[in-house]
Structures are given as C-alpha cells and as structure tokens.
Design a binder for this molecule. Structure first.
Ligand code: DQA
Length: 143
C-alpha cells in the first residue's frame, strides 16, 4: 500500500477556533478523521503539523528519506515567506500538491505569492477540507 504524507504548517492546529469566518469550525482532528474515513482502505496516511519552520523541514526530509509516495502540503503563512521550506521541497523531490483552505486570491495581496507552489504538481485553494480530499484523490489516480 502507498503512503501519503499530509503536512500542515503554522496555526493550522488552531482550526475550529481560529478565524472561523475564514477557516470554518471544523478542527484539524476532524480533517484527519475525514481523510482516514475516505482513504484508509486505499492508502496509508501520515499526518504532521507544526508551528515551527525547522520542524516542518525536518519532517519533509524524513519523508523524502522514507520515500513516501506523495505529499499534501498546507504550509500556512510559510507558503508566502519561507525560502527554506521551498528548498526542502526542491530537495525532497516528492510528488506534492499544495492546498489552502481559503481562496488566497480573494485575500490580501501578500497571500497571492506562493514560494512553494512551483515545486508542486498543482495548487488547490479555497475549497476548504475538500481541497485535501481532492489532492489525495489526485495523487491516488496519478498512480
Ligand atoms: C492558509 C492560507 C495562508 O495564507 C494562511 O497564512 C494560513 C492558512 C489556508 O489554508 O487558507 O495559515 O494556508
């Protein structure tokens, strides 16, 4: 069975409490449950969230060394700022899909730029949790 990694960056541990008008009322645990419920028969899912840039980078390197089969990445605010996160993706060479819960293009201009998107196969933005489901489906059907 394949293994896909789901990486969530800073403040995504606060889902459900944080700006619910933007991110909704469901929690990160709800997301994990929903993804496992849809996909557990077809793919092994590994989840990691951190508020710390270095911890995210260490985890991407560990997943690269473990040769996981795909990565779904929501880098949170580091998406827009972190050359280090971008470099870790470039080094990992994992098939990756970038996901954002909110529609970045309806928001502040500083969110319109992603440093990590060029290292990903595609980007899904604005579809809430469905973005993660669609990303996993895409990676599965991609083979
Ligand atoms: C986010 C969008 C980012 O701009 C923001 O910093 C986040 C969440 C999203 O999922 O919509 O923390 O990645």
């Amino acid at each position: 069975m394949k293994t896909f990694a789901i990486l969530n960056g800073p403040n995504l541990d606060r889902l459900g409490k944080r700006e619910p008008e933007i991110y909704g009322r469901a929690t990160l645990a709800d997301l994990e449950r929903a993804l496992r419920a849809e996909f557990e028969a077809r793919v092994r899912l590994e989840f990691f969230q951190s508020n710390h840039e270095g911890a995210l980078i260490d985890r991407i390197a560990a997943w690269a060394d473990a040769k996981v089969d795909g990565l779904v990445l929501n880098g949170g605010a580091f998406t827009h700022t972190s050359v280090a996160l971008r470099d870790s993706l470039a080094g990992a060479k994992l098939p990756a899909v970038e996901v954002h819960l909110s529609n970045l293009y309806q928001r502040e201009e500083f969110r319109h730029r992603s440093l990590t998107a060029p290292l990903c196969l595609g980007v899904i933005t604005g579809l809430g949790f469905e973005g993660y489901h669609a990303a996993v489906r895409f990676l599965l059907q991609r083979g």
